[in-house]
Design a protein around this ligand. Sequence first.
Ligand code: PLP
Length: 388
Amino acid sequence: MIASVLPTYSRAPLTFTSGSGSWLTEADGRRFLDLGAGIAVNALGHAHPALVEALTTQAQSLWHVSNLYNIPAQQKLADMLVDQTFADTVFFTNSGTEACELAVKMARKYWYDKGQPARTEIIAFTGSFHGRSSAGIAAAGSEKMTKGFGPLLPGFTHLDFGDHDALNAAVSDKIAAIIVEPVQGEGGIRPLPDVCLKGLRDLCDQHGILMILDEVQCGMGRTGKLFAHEWAGITPDIMMVAKGIGGGFPLGAVLATENAASGMSAGTHGSTYGGNPLACAVGCAVMEIIATPAFLAEVCRKAGLLRQKLEGLVAAYPDVFEAVRGSGLMLGLKCKATNSDVVKAGYDQGVLTVPAADNVIRLLPPLTITQDEIGQAVARLDAAAAQI
Ligand code: PLP
């Protein structure tokens, strides 16, 4: 009997059996240039030798002990993250969704510990995506994700992304935190302008509100900085990380200042697998490669090249594409044709992109994509556009 698997997405008729660098291969040998990178997960492409080595070395010595005991790879990764960011403390999860759960709990616990009346309200933004757990869907608030799952976790207010006036009007001494993606991914590659991120930080400071940044999709080098908020010169109080940090292995984290995390102590929150030795060994190898100025400068250089070539596509196919948007190697092509038709035409031409809201196709290539592969990818997108 063939079992039914409940999928997250409606599935493409493609089955990959191996991957290497920027390429995925089907059983019959057909190769695809992967501009989706497992939805921004395979930040270093497929089967990167350093990650394979880190994983196999760890697998040969120890898989799992639980968080009852010290985990050297976990400590090493936490040290690396703290060295590179605003954070004083790190809590490991298996995914971005779990990171969202913890970020919301951490913010509410912070205010609970400050005494009564505790602040519990969270401001979130339309078009956002924070995962599909109870906190995640309540934070995103879109009907597509919440319908039928009520009653929702209470205490979330939704404002239009980037509407600073609405934000000013909504802040009060009931607000525990504001949660925002510096670049919306699922929402259609919508970067929040630096000035808005700065304004948000100022507002949080004025009202003592905790700022939670969801860098699950836009973090880990994708925009050309280790984390996207660095472009705006601000730091959050709490940050969610996942996807790229594990390079394909399930790993997430919540990074926080000592102050924001002050409500959390052993047992306040927990995870059996979060920060397990295998995931953290891979995470360390990812950080060693991505968190270097030379690697990030190269991401910026390649991003400029890809963007320029995509602008050319928009000019060449005005009936198919409308505009390029995004930051670094987190780019979106706003379509005039139906985005899913463009994605499907890409399959015919051997190039993988990812649909997003607002009729956008996402380009989230491995950060290791080469200049030559960028040329090949755009040529395949060109052929896909010509097919529509
Ligand atoms: N937050 C953002 C911004 C995301 O893009 C995602 C996943 O796409 C999540 C949270 C949820 O992460 P995960 O699928 O690892 O649970």
